[in-house]
Design a protein around this ligand. Structure first.
Ligand SMILES: CC(C)=CCC/C(C)=C/CC/C(C)=C/CC/C(C)=C/COP(=O)(O)OP(=O)(O)O
Length: 665
């Protein structure tokens, strides 16, 4: 016997390379759940297939020349046993890669909506089983097909019964591909091996019908049903996880012993959301839509987080977006003030009873306390804010309160009345687009006006960024801690009292939770500075200038900002001073990179499975900064990245260099 068998060569040439490629693609985004699913499915595939396949071999339904295999296990070639595992690995990996984009809990529609289809499909599997059993009983040429049917249909029937509506709700574009691609691939190489004589299909027990005249129909059907079982099994796991992510109070027992854990997953698997659960799902859908519309970059990057983490990130973004819009779109100062009051009240309501509520509690107190199941609670709808989901169970309320303080700062601009609510600034003519404005309009009034701007110094700017974006960075960190550890990591003691805002101090020891939170705030600052650089013109149109007045040393720079504000209905920097706009936006981007450099080492300290997701979110947004640099700071036209650029940037982060930044970093 040669040192390697023909069947082993089949794996070497055709299955191992594909499995390795998929492993490489999936590895940066792999989560513990993915590992669990793959392991579980491989174990199931092996256990279910060995007795069945052993029966086939012993009854000569398929045979192999003894010389073409390395050894046997219950009469099955060991290469065939390996095949059960590697086929499961290939199909599972492909499904997991394709499904990363999809937020699976969104597909937990009420069982009733798909009830009929589920009943019909489950019925079909029942008939399939009966047909298969009859074919086996009769023996002869239908035997192999009958054995496939009788073996696989009960499995399909069971999965459809427990997760049918979820399976039918998922987009066929990816579930179908995850089944069909490996099926076609395996059919082609199976046909080749049959022709080479590596194995043979018994003529007496097969129909003799061939697919495309090359492959026995039973073989093609075998690959189809086995890949189908793998994908359906993975979807069933996803259903259980989705239920646990969205409805933790329904199924999650507070005990975390292994038996309780298994029990909760079994309950989740058989759980069918009723109409009373639809609200939660609809809110999730709204949050997802808000992110999709609000930020294409972050929507793209959100796929890099597991669903559990992603759901809370959606909730957080949706709340921040809606809160921000309420201020931006307020029709009067009073409206905006009411909105702020509502925000604070809403936060107090959803945080009532949470160990993470603002107050006298220290983070020490919060450690070890079971989070309250706020999803169960009736949150008043009158505020009109999207649900915060489970965030109040692990994100300190103070962080949200600081975000609201940031939004409050925007009110300062409104108070100045730059073209808001029909007022105009003193001494400026909104219709005056005179190119020589620097000389004519700019005067004592303007000096006075610049003095009143809320952002006077770089410190003011950074404080604002910390509040509106640094907080979001910290929320992301708390969310990953919850998703990875279920409770915050213990050294939280290092943080001290939860109230007070010491989290961005530079002295915290590297690697401690306090340090990680501080760096997350820095990262938020970096991203917000890019955002400000990109939106100078748009913000001016809303009467806001975030450029620190202290940066405006020369008269022409002061005149520039004055012009932007006074002509805020239609500012067009090209009319007088593009170089100033370029200088200021580039200065913002450089500052952004300084904060990025400070923060990026901390990305490696996030829970491992969320590192890549966070890097992806940061990289896709910082790429906007790179583009501003490439355009030499000309931000008259809004900088947006096309899908190709996002994909390339994303790919660079996932499979390429560890550190992200402009090429000279
Ligand atoms: C460094 C560590 C430990 C963690 C990193 C933590 C992260 C990812 C921080 C970034 C936080 C973040 C996403 C802040 C939001 C900043 C921002 C500029 C938001 C702009 O949002 P939109 O204006 O809605 O988006 P568009 O600009 O795409 O329209």
């Amino acid at each position: 016997m040669a040192w390697i068998s023909r069947y082993a060569l089949f794996h070497l040439y055709y299955t191992i390379p594909v499995a390795s490629l998929l492993h490489f693609i999936l590895s940066p985004l792999r989560t513990r759940r993915d590992d669990f699913k793959i392991f579980f499915l491989c174990a199931m595939a092996f256990t279910c297939s060995v007795p069945w396949d052993s029966y086939l071999v012993r009854n000569r339904i398929w045979t192999y020349p003894p010389a073409s295999v390395l050894g046997t296990f219950f009469d099955i070639p060991i290469e065939e046993c390996f095949f059960f595992a590697i086929q499961t690995y290939i199909t599972s990996s492909l499904y997991i890669i394709l499904s990363k984009r999809v937020l699976k809990p969104l597909h937990l529609v009420a069982g009733s909506r798909k009830k009929w289809q589920v009943t019909i499909w489950t019925g079909i599997t029942g008939l399939g089983f009966l047909l298969g059993a009859m074919m086996v009983y009769e023996g002869g040429r239908g035997c192999y097909m009958g054995l496939i049917l009788a073996w696989s249909m009960p499995v399909f029937g069971f999965i459809l019964y427990v997760a049918g509506s979820f399976i039918l709700s998922l987009p066929f574009s990816f579930t179908g591909l995850a089944i069909l691609f490996p099926t076609i691939y395996l059919c082609v190489f199976d046909a080749l091996e049959i022709r080479n004589g590596t194995w043979t299909i018994g003529k007496a027990t097969s129909t003799g019908w061939k697919v495309f005249r090359i492959l026995e129909i039973e073989e093609a059907f075998f690959f189809l049903v086995t890949n189908g079982m793998i994908v359906f099994g993975l979807i069933a796991c996803d259903k259980a996880f989705s239920v646990l992510d969205v409805f933790p109070p329904v199924t999650f027992p507070s005990e975390s012993t292994l038996s309780q854990l298994i029990k909760s997953h079994v309950v989740a698997l058989s759980f069918n959301p009723s109409s009373s659960h639809i609200d939660v799902l609809e809110e999730l859908e709204i949050a997802s839509e808000i992110l999709k519309k609000g930020s294409k970059s972050f929507y793209f990057a959100s796929a890099g987080f597991g669903d559990r983490c992603r759901i809370t990130l959606l909730n957080i973004y949706a709340f921040s977006r809606v809160a921000d819009d309420m201020i931006d779109n307020a029709r009067s100062l009073e409206d905006a003030e009411v909105a702020l009051k509502d925000m604070r009240e809403y936060l107090n309501t959803v945080y009532s009873g949470s160990p993470f509520a603002s107050g006298s509690q220290t983070i020490d107190d919060q450690c070890g306390k079971a989070p309250k199941n706020i999803a169960e609670e009736e949150v008043p709808k009158e505020y009109g804010f999207p649900s915060l989901g489970r965030a109040p169970s692990f994100v300190p309320q103070d962080v949200f309160m600081q975000l609201v303080e940031g939004l409050e700062e925007d009110l300062e601009f409104m108070k100045l009345g730059f073209q808001r609510f029909g007022t105009s600034i003193p001494g400026a003519n909104a219709n005056d687009n005179d190119n020589s404005m620097g000389a004519r309009n700019f005067g004592v009034d303007a000096e006075e006006l610049l003095k009143k701007l809320p952002i006077q110094t770089e410190e003011d700017l950074i404080r604002y960024c910390r509040r509106v974006a640094g907080t979001v960075g910290q929320m992301l960190v708390w969310t990953t801690w919850d998703a990875a550890y279920c409770v915050p990591p213990l050294p939280l003691r290092a943080l001290g009292p939860s109230s007070g805002n010491k989290r961005h101090n530079k002295t915290a020891e590297t690697g401690t939770p306090g340090w990680i939170l501080a760096r997350a705030s820095d990262m938020g600052v970096a991203l917000q500075l890019v955002n400000i650089a990109r939106d100078i013109m748009e913000d001016a149109r809303s009467g806001r200038i975030y450029i620190p007045v202290s940066w405006l040393q020369k008269d022409e720079e002061k005149a520039f900002v004055y012009f932007l504000l006074s002509n805020s209905q239609n500012p067009d920097a090209s009319q007088f001073s593009l170089p100033i706009l370029q200088r200021l936006s580039l200065r913002l981007v450089s500052l952004a990179y300084r904060y990025y450099a400070l923060a990026s080492p901390a990305l490696g300290h996030l829970p491992e499975e969320y590192r890549k997701g966070a890097k992806l979110a940061v990289a896709v947004y910082m790429e906007i900064g790179n583009e501003i640099k490439r355009r030499e700071g000309d931000v008259r036209k809004r900088v947006v990245l096309d899908a190709k650029r996002k994909l390339l940037t994303g790919a660079g982060v996932l499979w390429g260099r560890e550190q992200y930044g402009p090429f000279w970093w």
